[in-house]
Design a protein around this ligand. Structure first.
Ligand SMILES: [Zn+2]
Length: 375
């Protein structure tokens, strides 16, 4: 008996261990009944504990032995004896979040169907940023409409009910999605807003799923993957983003919603400075070139080393060493390998092809500034 289908708000239950076994990977038990939701339909499994005369063991995972109607297998931290009476308790905080994600997904799937005729074909609810996959490509306006519809469905505080119908009765119910199982089918109704076949755990009312926020979407397998957050997790996300914006607003001495202006200004200044910096570098390279050609071992600003080295390479076939006061260096010309060996003797590391580049310990720079090195 799957007790979570009778009452998705129950957290403790009594049961008997019907089967128990272990293998190289872990310990397992099937119980006479359970509140542990087995991973399925995109909703992650419950975790929790089993208590009994044997003590307490952790329930690490739960899965269906066979899809849809198989026994629920509990994966345990330690073995339990077959036939034992147990009290089980699920991790309620984790379950409630799953119920918020899952109920929000029902609401959002219906809202996307109503707003844009978009059909949900797959869902994944195993992280706070949940996804649902649509068969169609979407228009932004329709997604925003769907988001508003989902908010209305939350505020309408619709009751959420689950009930069973036979296969024959099924034709009378206008389902959002046809059931994947045969025989008796469990339907989940959210007021007069949504009706779908589902074996999962749901909230008592639509209001408990809010807020529901679409975060982004992207093209996926010819359709669209929509990312959303719901309930506590959407609220936590809002708190985190609000705090971030508040910190940025403080740093820029503005209000959160006016942040784009100073950031844009900063970007423009950065582009202007980059251009200016490039022009200055080029001018400096020009100015340094005659001395470099003459002296061949030269202390220069680090920023101009790559450009100056390239210019020397195209202007001369002699050997050069360019060194910065931070210890960065470039070596080029026919004697570069020999000069590198001499620098390595001073503790330098580096390499390359046409231009050898690397770094030297700062305290050895004075010794490296030796014209004999490149002659
Ligand atoms: Zn469901």
């Amino acid at each position: 008996m799957r007790l979570y289908q009778l009452d998705s708000y129950a957290t403790r239950f009594q049961a008997r261990v019907e089967r128990a076994w272990s293998d190289g990977k872990g310990h397992y038990a099937v119980l006479s009944e359970t509140l542990f939701y087995p991973e399925s339909g995109g909703q992650p499994a419950d975790t929790g504990v089993l208590r009994g005369a044997f003590g307490e063991v952790q329930v690490l995972h739960a899965y269906e032995e066979e899809k849809a109607f198989g026994d629920v297998v509990h994966v345990l931290s330690a073995p339990v004896p077959q036939g034992a009476e147990v009290e089980g308790e699920i991790n309620w905080q984790r379950r409630f979040r799953h119920m918020q994600r899952h109920t929000a997904q029902h609401i959002l799937s219906q809202a996307l169907l109503r707003a844009g005729g978009y059909h949900t074909v797959a869902v994944s609810l195993d992280s706070p940023l949940s996804t649902l996959d649509l068969a169609e490509e979407v228009e932004e306006e329709k997604v925003r409409q769907a988001e508003a519809l989902a908010a209305f469905a939350v505020y309408a505080d619709y009751p959420v009910e689950a009930f069973w119908v036979s296969e024959e009765e099924l034709a009378h119910y206008p389902l959002r999605r046809p059931p994947k199982v045969q025989g008796k089918v469990r339907l989940v109704r959210i007021g007069d807003f949504d009706l779908a076949a589902c074996g999962g755990t749901h909230l008592k009312t639509s209001a408990q799923a809010g807020p529901i926020k679409v975060q982004k979407w992207e093209r996926y397998k010819g359709g669209t993957r929509v990312y959303f957050m719901a309930g506590w997790e959407a609220l936590e996300d809002y708190h985190a983003k609000h705090a971030l914006l508040a910190r940025l607003a403080l740093a820029f001495s503005t209000s959160a919603l006016d942040l784009e202006k100073p950031i844009k200004r900063l970007q423009e200044e950065l582009y202007a400075l980059k251009g200016e910096n490039q022009a200055l570098k080029e001018a400096l390279v020009e100015a340094l070139l005659p001395r470099a050609l003459e002296e061949r071992v030269l202390l220069v600003p680090q920023a101009v080393i790559p450009e100056l080295a390239k210019r020397l390479l195209s202007w001369s076939d002699k050997t050069f060493l360019l060194l910065s006061k931070e210890g960065r260096f470039a070596l080029l010309g026919p004697g570069k390998e020999r000069a590198l060996a001499a620098l390595q003797a001073l503790g330098a590391r580096g390499g390359g092809k046409e231009i050898l580049q690397g770094a030297l310990p700062r305290e050895r720079i004075a010794e490296a500034l030796d014209p004999g090195l490149v002659s």
